[in-house]
Design a protein around this ligand. Sequence first.
Ligand code: AGP
Length: 593
Amino acid sequence: MGGIVGYIGDKQAQPILLDCLVKLEYRGSDSCGIAVLDNSIDLYKDAVRVRELAKVAPQLSGTAGIGHTRLATHGEPSKANAHPHLDCSGNIAVIHNGVINNSQRLKQQLTAEGHHFVSETDTEVIPHLIEKYYDGNLEEAVEAALRDVDGSYAIIALTVGEPKLVTAKKDSPLIIGIGDRENFIASDVPAILDYTNRVIYLEDGDIGVITKDSMRISRGGTEVNRKQHLISWSVEEAQKAGYEHFMLKEIHEEPRVIRDTLVGWVSEDKPAVDLAVMRGGIESMLILACGTSYHAALIGKYVMEELLSIPVRAEFASEFNYYGQTLARTGAIAITQSGETADTLKAMKKLKDVGCQVLAITNVVGSAASRIADQTIYTRAGSEASVAATKSFMAQLMALYWLVMSYSKIDARRLADLIMELRQLPEKVQQVLDNETKILEYAKYVSRYECVFFIGRGINFPVALEGALKLKETSYIHAEGYAAGEMKHGPFALLGSDTPIVAIVAQDNTYEAMLTNIKEIKARGAPVIALAEEGDEAIGELADSIITLPRVDAIFSPVVNVVALQLLAYYTARQRGCPIDFPRNLAKSVTVE
Ligand code: AGP
């Protein structure tokens, strides 16, 4: 995990590399480094964040270079383990994202052949392999080296005497950016958007070679053409726009995200879509995802079962990859914001291998998920920088509602009512945002505790899971999401005055049962903050405090509830002084299994 960037052009490479690396830090960063090519390779790296490195790094002169932010997999964060890594001669430098599965065996072989290693990383075998095969042509040496490698990678290599960068990928994201008398390589678009909006997405097995005024992609020695994409995200969009943190900005973008999403999809009176995955005698649906996207999948399950009347399984992609499945007449959907989550991609490939039609729901145009899938629904959340997913989750919900409503055979009047409600959601979400200062007060209260439960039932059970995930990842409070009815089957043993409960109370068939659960919890001394619809008087008698939410059809209640919980997590984390956008040990995009 982490991010890679390469630059070659007329300008000094160092400031450009450092600037791009800052924008890659959201992918996870515990160390970083750069290497600049002139008559020799000058390298500087350390176990610090990019801005700190930029302050202390000496001036490395040269107009070509590579840069890396690392999130440790093999070996602790340290200067030695930071990238770039060099060969024995110091004439070849490499940066790498991914994992080399056979690095131990390769290290032993190369050591026996006289190579000397200075880090604990798997990556270091790559420059040594390139050195082994180098015969005056870097591209050929990289290709030969990668034939020995088993694993996932996005790499960039450079060598003394050849004014070019060589890049290659397998199961890790990689793009080439086309500039004017300069070219770029990066893990993703935001990294280079300040410099160019013309990008090419590389495919697994591609080898790319860039010089300052040329670009060539080949596979097995044969040149291939890859489409150039014009990226419409503005640079400003990828920045904070005046908010203290990306997370807060991104939560505030949610009304816009819903609007943008629906404008594209919902025509006057009917959402229209034609997807192969929904045709051809599908009798059940399987939705696969990880983390927050999995919570969207769970909500999708409830919505599909209610509006399509088919059985739906929502599963962690990471679990699905390791046990047998019955998949006959099953449609499959993979949800992934980044489109690069390793477990989700692996699950998608497994589905494709057994002949399933796979629909991807992703936020990143041209991402690996969209390339594996038979069809893709692109969510329109825009670039999301905060590690904690917020607006992308909202966009995923919209995609699922739209998809399901397009195929629903429910009564036409009910469907029309739902479409009308769907269109009103931006205003409803805005009302939740307008209540921010009240949520901030509750956050101050929550921030004093070390254990918080989130409970919900039915379609709001996944919202409880998501509320807990948001709180734990941003504020480092131990938070558990629970199905309210399950609390008495164990977690009651933990209840007391120091375990606040956030209870999501929806106006649906779970309402009475939720009130009973809250009474049981109160009887055990735990304070209760309830999320409840305006006008709900009964809850006022029971809960210690209430976050009031606008009225929506129960099927859309996750939309307003989750925004309140995102804000609660954000302000709790801010109160505790946490590094909200880049929580410890986490990466935005988890590109290893
Ligand atoms: C949640 O805030 C995290 N960012 C994480 O759980 C994330 O949803 C998960 O890693 C899946 O990512 P994806 O949607 O890019 O596949």
